[in-house]
Write a protein that binds this ligand. Structure first.
Ligand code: IMP
Length: 179
C-alpha cells in the first residue's frame, strides 16, 4: 500500500492539529447546545471519531449512507440513500460530517433532503474542500483543509475501496490512480 503513495499531502500530526482547532470553532459556534453529528459513510469514519472525542459540547451521533453519482465523468447528481438515519432530526441541531466536498452534488442532495425533516439548524463540517471542482454551491460552515485539483486517499478516503486505513492523507502514483 505504501508503495502506491506518491506524496503525503496532510500528515497525521497536521490532521490532528487542525481537528483540535476545528473543534474549538465548532464549540464556540454551538455555545454548549447539544449537537447531532451526522456522519456520511464511509469516508467520515476516522474524522468523525477524532472530531467527537475532541469536541467539548454534548454530542449524539447518527450515520447516513448514500450512493455516489457514478464515475467522475457522469456528474448527473443522482444520489440514492442506501442507509437512512436511525432517528428523527426534527428540532435538533444537526452538523453533517463529510470527508470531502468535491462537486457538491452529494451534499447538495443531502442538505435538501435533511432540511425537509425540520431540524433546528443544519450545518456542514468537511475535512477537505475542493472548491475548484464545485458544481453545486454548498454552505460549508466548518472545514479542515482546502485542496486543489488532486485526488487523495487515506484517513477514511478510498480509491476503488482501498487505502482508507492509511493514517495520513496522500496522493497516489499516476500508474495506480490516473484521476
Ligand atoms: P461530491 O458529490 O462530488 O462533492 O463528492 C463527494 C464524495 O466523492 C466524497 O464524499 C468522496 O466519497 C468522493 N470523493 C471526492 N473527492 C475525493 C478524493 O479526492 N478522494 C476520495 N474520494 C473523493
Amino acid at each position: 500500500m505504501l508503495k502506491d503513495v506518491e506524496e503525503v499531502v496532510f500528515s497525521e500530526a497536521q490532521i490532528q492539529e487542525r481537528i483540535k482547532k476545528l473543534c474549538e470553532e465548532i464549540a464556540d459556534a454551538y455555545e454548549k447546545k447539544p449537537v447531532l453529528l451526522v456522519g456520511i459513510l464511509k469516508g467520515c469514519l476516522f474524522f468523525m471519531a477524532d472530531l467527537m472525542r475532541k469536541l467539548d459540547i454534548p454530542v449524539a451521533i447518527d450515520f447516513i449512507s448514500v450512493s455516489s453519482y457514478g464515475p467522475s465523468t457522469e456528474k448527473t447528481g443522482a444520489v440514492k440513500i442506501l442507509k437512512d438515519l436511525d432517528t428523527p432530526i426534527q428540532d435538533k441541531h444537526v452538523l453533517i460530517i463529510e470527508d470531502v466536498v468535491d462537486t457538491g452534488l452529494t451534499l447538495g442532495y443531502l442538505l435538501r433532503n435533511l432540511k425537509e425533516r425540520s431540524p433546528a439548524s443544519l450545518q456542514v463540517c468537511s475535512l477537505l474542500d475542493k472548491p475548484d471542482y464545485r458544481i453545486v454551491g454548498i454552505p460549508l460552515q466548518f472545514k479542515g483543509f482546502e485542496l486543489g485539483k488532486k485526488f487523495v486517499v487515506g484517513y477514511g478516503l478510498d480509491y476503488q475501496g482501498k487505502y482508507r486505513h492509511l493514517p495520513f492523507i496522500a496522493s497516489l502514483k499516476k500508474e495506480i490512480c490516473p484521476l
